[in-house]
Structure formats: structure tokens, C-alpha cells
Design a protein around this ligand. Structure first.
Ligand code: DLL
Length: 445
């Protein structure tokens, strides 16, 4: 039997209304009970976790309230690398029905595993996210997230089937074919990274296809930081409402949090299955609610890979202010970027998404960009490479003038002096999945 509940005049449509609108006192009691189970599971079944807890002098039975989580050590990507590939699994490998992995920049991938219950949970949470965003059973959902070891494709796939959608499992790439399929199948919902959605929009424009006239009405975009300016640009070009979806492989994949189509103001983060903290990445102390901090997540119901206090490196703000949609769970107020993506240029802290917000919609430039970091003596320098719009004046003088305008615009808004290189249309690489926004040419010392 379906647990999907219809909307009334005042309430948003929900996949699991009871869970999504649970009063805080109940939510806290549920979290505490589940947290105790997770700590006991990780401690008893994962030697690496037991050794870390013992070293920190933290025993699962010492946890009496949610605040006691602060006694327990953090987990990081290094824990996954040190125990590569299966060392953090809390169940015998034979009970793991699925593996995913993310390619690490330092060579070794980080591997995550799921029991069949974990897969079911993941599908339920993704179905919640899709419904929360505005997807409905019966919708055709074009899934442009990459299939394979990346969690995006299969995570969205199972969730969309769980909700009762017709899934088009197209993955990333072959963009002209994607445009044709959007036309021929008449998808209502488009899932992709925001940078790939922009690629689809551009290819459609080049093919003379007006996506705004197609049935697609909703875009569910995530897996990389993106700005509100990019949201508005995608909405205008595709004729859709664009909604933010967040997740990470180490926790479950996509499906950790999603914006609601009602307010689109922060991502509802499912507290019945995860515990969220925001900490100062330097002091490791909690930051007050509403202040920017690093998101730390503990899984509460995962079996194969229970994760205690995983440091996501993602910088965001948490709020428990009520939302117009009626959901009661904490909201993640957009992920500005990862703390390792933050650049410090001549004393100014800047994230790529802040630069993006200034480029989108700037007259004469298209939002295809990359940030190149170099070192001049002891100072770091930043060059923004950005394309001009097709048809813009391409002579050296016009390009120079445009570059100077963009330099002034960035200086005025983020106080940062940088170089700008205007590139010809089509010169910048196009994204097929997660866009590479920063090219770091600084010599590592
Ligand atoms: O990117 C899972 C995912 C797939 C999320 C599809 C949404 C849609 P990973 O490859 O492990 O998993 O990368 C996780 O991507 O820690 C963030 O830094 C970033 N990220 C994911 N979603 C968002 C978002 C998937 N909505 C890492 N905004 C995370 C900003 C995001 N950054």
C-alpha cells in the first residue's frame, strides 16, 4: 500500500506525511533511540570505529542525550581510505548488495556499501525528496545523473520508481540525444547536475528546440554547488522551476536533503534518518544555529555503513525555523561550497559559486567559466576564464573592455582583484556531470 498522502489546500503533498511533519519532541526521541543503536552497531561490528572510540574514551552507553554526541570522534574521508575497500562495513560482505565509489583526487576511491534494507531506505528518501520538490506519481522523469559508481544515477532512479514515476534512465552525455528524448517522451521532470542542465539548455538552443514549450516543468539539480543566479538562468532558459537536491555518498548518496517546491528556501534534511550538526571547521566546536559552519552528519538507520559524525567539508547554515510547506525537519540553507574549495586570494575568502553568481546574467558573457589559480611570488592570483555570448563583439579591444567590466563587477561585489580572460563561444569545457570549476596551477610547496 502506498504511503503517499495527497495535499490539502494548506498542506504540501508529501511522500511520508507522518515522518515529514513529526513534532520536534518526537523527532528528538526517535533520533536518540536510533543514535544509540547506531553507536552500538558501529562499536561492536567495526574494529576501526571501536579503536577510535576507545582512543577518545567514548563508549556508546555513555550517550544519554543527543548533545552527548560531542564526546564521540569525527569521521573523515581518511577513515574510508585507511580501511579501503570494505573495512568500515558493519555487516558481512555477503549482505552488501550494492557498492558505489567516488574517485578520489589522491588516487584511491572511497567505497560505500548498502544492504538491501539500505537500498530500500535510500529509495524511500529519494522518493520523499522528489515529492518534496514537486514530482508526482505518474510523472515522466528524465534522469540525466550519471549511472555507474556515482550515486546520482541509481539513487535518483530507484527513488523515482518508488514514487511511481516513469523513469528515463538516460545518464549523462550524448546531449543532442537527451534533447530529442525530452521532446519525444515529453518528460515532466529533469534531473541533472546544474552545470549539465545548462549544457542541455545550450545544446537545445543550438538545435533550434525550445525546451520552454515542452512538458518539462521541474528541474531537480544537485551534486555540485550552484548559485541562485544560475537557478534563475536555468529556469528562464528551460521554462521550469528549479529545485536543489543534496547528498553525499558517504552518508547514502542523493536523498539526504531537498528543497520543497513550495518555499524553495533551504533543503529539508531528513532528521529521522540522519543527525545533523554544524561545526566551526577550525575549533571543531558547534556554531550557533543560523551561522555558517561545516556540516557533520551521523547516519541513524544505515546498516552496511553506519557513519558517526562524518565531516562533509560542506559549508552551510542550519535552521529550524518553520517552513511554509509544513515539514518540521531542519533545513540546510544551501551549500555554498566545500571548505577545501574556498580560495583565499589577496586576503579575500571566496567560493567559486560566488564568482558564478556574478557571471550569470552579466551582459555579453555566458555562464561557462573556470577559475584558474596561480602563484605570483608569495601571492595567490585568480584568473576567471569566461566565454562571451555568441554574437558579442569578438575583436581584441571589445574583449579587453568586457574583461575590464567583469573585473570591476567582481571587485565591487566581493572586493577581490582578479584577472578576467574572455574566451570565444564554445571554448570553455562543457560539463557532463560535476563541473570542474577550479584549475589550480599553484606549485604545491
Ligand atoms: O554528489 C550525491 C548527489 C547526487 C547529490 C545527485 C545530489 C544529486 P558525491 O559524489 O559523494 O555525492 O559528492 C558529494 O557533492 O559533499 C557536496 O560537496 C557536493 N554536493 C552534493 N549536492 C550538492 C548541492 C553526490 N545540492 C558532494 N549543493 C557533497 C552543493 C553539493 N554541493
Amino acid at each position: 500500500m502506498s504511503n503517499i498522502s495527497a495535499a490539502t489546500d494548506t498542506q504540501d503533498y508529501m511522500f511520508d506525511r507522518k515522518a515529514e511533519t513529526m513534532p520536534r519532541t518526537e523527532l528528538v526521541a526517535l533520533q536518540l533511540a536510533r543514535l544509540k543503536q547506531t553507536l552500538a552497531l558501529a562499536y561492536s561490528k567495526v574494529p576501526h570505529v571501536r579503536a577510535k572510540f576507545d582512543k577518545a574514551g567514548a563508549r556508546p552507553e555513555q550517550l544519554k542525550t543527543l548533545a552527548d554526541i560531542a564526546r564521540f570522534p569525527f569521521a573523515t574521508k581518511a577513515d574510508l581510505r585507511d580501511t579501503y575497500p570494505f573495512g568500515l562495513f558493519a555487516v558481512p560482505r555477503e549482505q552488501v548488495v550494492r557498492l558505489h565509489a567516488s574517485s578520489g583526487t589522491t588516487g584511491k576511491a572511497t567505497v560505500v556499501g548498502y544492504t538491501s534494507d539500505d537500498i530500500k531506505l535510500w529509495a524511500d528518501l529519494m522518493a520523499r525528496c522528489f515529492a518534496c520538490a514537486g514530482t508526482r506519481p505518474g510523472d515522466i522523469l528524465h534522469n540525466g545523473y550519471g549511472y555507474g559508481l556515482f550515486t546520482g544515477g541509481l539513487g535518483a532512479h530507484y527513488g523515482a520508481e518508488r514514487l511511481g514515476c516513469t523513469v528515463v534512465p538516460v545518464s549523462g552525455g550524448m546531449t543532442e540525444r537527451q534533447v530529442t528524448l525530452l521532446q519525444d517522451f515529453g518528460a515532466h521532470v529533469l534531473c541533472a547536475t546544474p552545470s549539465y542542465a545548462l549544457n542541455i539548455a545550450e545544446v537545445a538552443e543550438g538545435m533550434g528546440v525550445d525546451i520552454r514549450k515542452l512538458p518539462v516543468r521541474l528541474g531537480i539539480f544537485g551534486a555540485e554547488p550552484w548559485s541562485d543566479a544560475m537557478r534563475h538562468d536555468l529556469e528562464a532558459r528551460l521554462g521550469i522551476t528549479a529545485v536543489d537536491l543534496y547528498g553525499l555518498s558517504e552518508i547514502i548518496g542523493p536523498g539526504v536533503a531537498c528543497e520543497c517546491g513550495v518555499a524553495r528556501n533551504g533543503l529539508h534534511a531528513w532528521e529521522d534518518h540522519f543527525l545533523f550538526e554544524a561545526i566551526d571547521p577550525k575549533t571543531l566546536e558547534p556554531v550557533p544555529e543560523g551561522e555558517p559552519g561545516e556540516l557533520v552528519i551521523t547516519t541513524l538507520t544505515k546498516q552496511a555503513l553506519p557513519m558517526v559524525r562524518y565531516r562533509s567539508r560542506d559549508i552551510t547554515r542550519l535552521t529550524r525555523e518553520p517552513c511554509a510547506c509544513g515539514r518540521t525537519h531542519v533545513r540546510i540553507m544551501r551549500v555554498t561550497g566545500r571548505d577545501d574549495d574556498m580560495m583565499i586570494i589577496r586576503g579575500v575568502n571566496v567560493y567559486p559559486s560566488q564568482v558564478e553568481a556574478l557571471l550569470v546574467g552579466f551582459p555579453g558573457v555566458a555562464p561557462h567559466y573556470q577559475i584558474v589559480l596561480t602563484r605570483e611570488g608569495t601571492l595567490d592570483a585568480m584568473t576567471v576564464e569566461v566565454e562571451m555570448t555568441p554574437g558579442a563583439l569578438a575583436d581584441d579591444v571589445s574583449r579587453g573592455q568586457k574583461a575590464a567590466e567583469v573585473v570591476r563587477h567582481i571587485k565591487a561585489h566581493i572586493g577581490l582583484t582578479c584577472e578576467v580572460a574572455i574566451k570565444a563561444p564554445g571554448e570553455m569545457p562543457r560539463s557532463q556531470g560535476k563541473a570542474v570549476r577550479v584549475k589550480d596551477l599553484r606549485k604545491k610547496t
